[in-house]
Design a binder for this molecule. Sequence first.
Ligand SMILES: [Zn+2]
Ligand SMILES: [Zn+2]
Length: 99
Amino acid sequence: MTIRQFIYRALYLQTPGWHITRLLRKDKSCKKCGATESLHLHHVNYPFFGLWYKLFFLSLVVWAFDERGMWFFVALMVVPDLVSRMKTLCARCHRKEHQ
Ligand SMILES: [Zn+2]
Ligand SMILES: [Zn+2]
């Protein structure tokens, strides 16, 4: 696992911003098989995450020197990712998609 993947899973996917994105973007059924249970929101591409990832480190650096960096950090945690291409997949189809 790369650092980027680690940050994505351990941090980004736990932020309130991602939870808001899920509430707003997740459909009621899997786009591949139509299942309606254990649905995941899969990123087709990550333009916003690429930016988020850079801003995340930048916010920590700013925060180290100036406490206003904390607000920058907080903003990154709560702003939802609404621009990335995503699709709703059930757990099984999602696993296949990542193979
Ligand atoms: Zn499915
Ligand atoms: Zn995925």
